[in-house]
Design a protein around this ligand. Structure first.
Ligand SMILES: C[S@@+](CC[C@H](N)C(=O)[O-])C[C@H]1O[C@@H](n2cnc3c(N)ncnc32)[C@H](O)[C@@H]1O
Length: 246
């Protein structure tokens, strides 16, 4: 088996907690239900990621999955690509345990680290060609997002890419207004009980900090990327996928 187990063991002793990750440690099954019902448009977003990797990463590449969760959507996106190495970082023990199994489908070595991704990126000395963040950067305030994107820019260098799928507003919008639009989804989440909806929605209200479309582009340039592209917007207009490169 690839080096996953030993890497996990090495990092488990740090066992950090953040408020933004608690729901994913306690209620991973509820989040799985969100993904399975495609309520956050994982299918479309990860299809865009896959096309990008197929079209723009023709040579073997090292993939860094920041806040990888159980890695199931990423494994699908990496199928048939030139991925040569996978490294996932997350705080959720149940998610990482699932990821350890799911990632065995990859044709390359993989590594999993249980660590706060902010610290992990700041301390990282190993480069990657693609850094991917799915629905997790929005936990940070704007200045912290910028700092993390600067760290990611250093990791991927001149020739790599940072790709994010995140909470976004199409135009100027307050956080409260974005939350109101989030709340309007309730009738569409038919598979969710009131308790399940509340557990996700309370987490979103407490932890999520969306950015306007122009702010996401600016953050990319401020982090040192020469190009910032929006490649997907969810039909709810709550989420967008961006690719930053040079
Ligand atoms: C919404 S899920 C996203 C999972 C996956 N990337 C996806 O696209 O579905 C958020 C993930 O971020 C992780 N997370 C949240 N804050 C974190 C932090 N500070 N450091 C590491 N992982 C974190 C959670 O454990 C969870 O797996």
């Amino acid at each position: 088996m690839p080096a996953a187990a030993s890497s996990l063991a090495r990092h488990r002793s740090r066992s950090p907690q953040t408020a933004s990750s608690t729901v994913f440690q306690e209620e991973w099954q509820v989040y799985r239900k969100v993904v399975d019902n495609n309520y956050l448009c994982h299918r479309e977003a990860y299809a865009v990621l896959r096309n990008l990797l197929l079209e723009e990463m023709p040579a073997p590449f090292r993939f860094l999955d920041i806040a990888c969760g159980d890695a199931s959507a990423t494994v699908g996106a990496l199928a048939d690509t030139e991925v040569a190495h996978y490294h996932g970082i997350d705080l959720s023990e149940p998610a990482l345990a699932l990821a350890e199994k799911t990632l065995r489908a990859l044709p390359c070595p993989f590594e999993l680290t249980r660590q706060d991704f902010v610290a992990a990126l700041r301390e990282r000395t190993v480069s990657a060609d693609v850094a991917w963040i799915g629905l997790s950067l929005h936990h940070l305030q704007r200045s912290q997002k910028r700092e993390l994107m600067v760290d990611a820019r250093l990791i991927v260098g001149e020739r790599g890419k940072l790709i994010v799928y995140e909470n976004a507003s199409p135009g100027p919008e307050t956080r409260a207004a974005w939350m109101k639009r989030w709340d309007r989804q309730r009738p569409d989440w038919r598979a969710f009980s009131d308790r399940e909806w509340a557990s996700i929605t309370n987490h979103v209200h407490a932890n999520d900090h969306p950015e306007a479309h122009v702010t996401w582009l600016e953050l990319g340039y401020e982090a040192g990327f020469g190009r910032a592209r929006c490649l997907y917007e969810s039909p709810t207009r709550l989420f967008r996928l961006y690719c930053f490169d040079c």
